[in-house]
Design a protein around this ligand. Structure first.
Ligand code: IMP
Ligand code: MG
Length: 191
């Protein structure tokens, strides 16, 4: 598949700097896919992504995985319109597959405060999976308000505590279609 370069995307000019290029992301996602394929060989694996930010990562990761697996989606909203989290997480969509006895791997775009992942883990754990682990593309280094109750099994990249967009991540629903991940110019926030 061939997509236009980010330089051709008019949203690219809103970036102050690029943290990870499309090529760097692709390399890391391929490594994660290889590792997951080894670790889950012979086990009934279900990937579960969190709408909406996680779906670009999910679609690339599942094609990097070389063992059979299913996927499902859950919806979680943290009343985040701007660049900071409110702390209240609402589940807007549950998984549809029967997860009993399945090895569930949550595929999330970014860990910030940990509120979202804590709530989603709780939602999935009560459905009786054989195991429950997290694969997170970006881990934001910051003091967590509430400790993540479940450690991250797979991490794509550690990033500084800055608001990032691209590769599924948005600001006001824009920038999800950039292939790179970058930091926005401060004037874009109106700040
Ligand atoms: P948490 O609940 O604070 O960990 O936030 C998790 C959710 O907030 C993620 O799934 C993202 O949708 C969103 N989020 C957190 N940090 C960023 C960011 O830097 N850029 C875009 N979205 C973010
Ligand atoms: Mg998200």
């Amino acid at each position: 598949m061939h997509f236009p370069s980010d330089q051709e995307n008019e949203l690219f000019q809103d970036l102050e700097r690029v943290l990870f290029t499309r090529e760097e992301i692709a390399r890391r996602v391929a490594e994660l896919g290889r590792q997951i394929s080894e670790d889950y060989r012979g086990k009934p694996l279900v990937l579960i992504s969190i709408l909406k930010g996680g779906i670009i990562f999910l679609s690339d990761l599942m094609r990097s995985i070389t063992i059979p697996h299913a996927f499902d989606l859950v919806g979680a909203s943290s009343y985040r319109g701007g660049a900071s989290s409110s702390g209240k997480v609402i589940i807007t969509k549950d998984a549809e597959l029967d997860l009993r006895g399945k090895h569930v791997l949550i595929v999330e775009d970014i860990l910030d405060t940990g509120h979202t992942l804590n709530v989603v883990c709780e939602l999935l754990r009560i459905q009786g999976p054989a195991s429950l682990e997290i694969c997170c593309l970006l881990n934001k280094k910051r003091v967590r308000e509430r400790e993540l109750r479940q450690p991250l099994r797979y991490v794509g990249f550690e990033i500084p505590d800055e608001f990032v967009v691209g590769y599924g991540l948005d600001y006001g629903e824009r920038y999800r279609n950039l292939s790179c991940i970058g930091v926005l110019k401060p004037e874009v926030y109106g700040g």
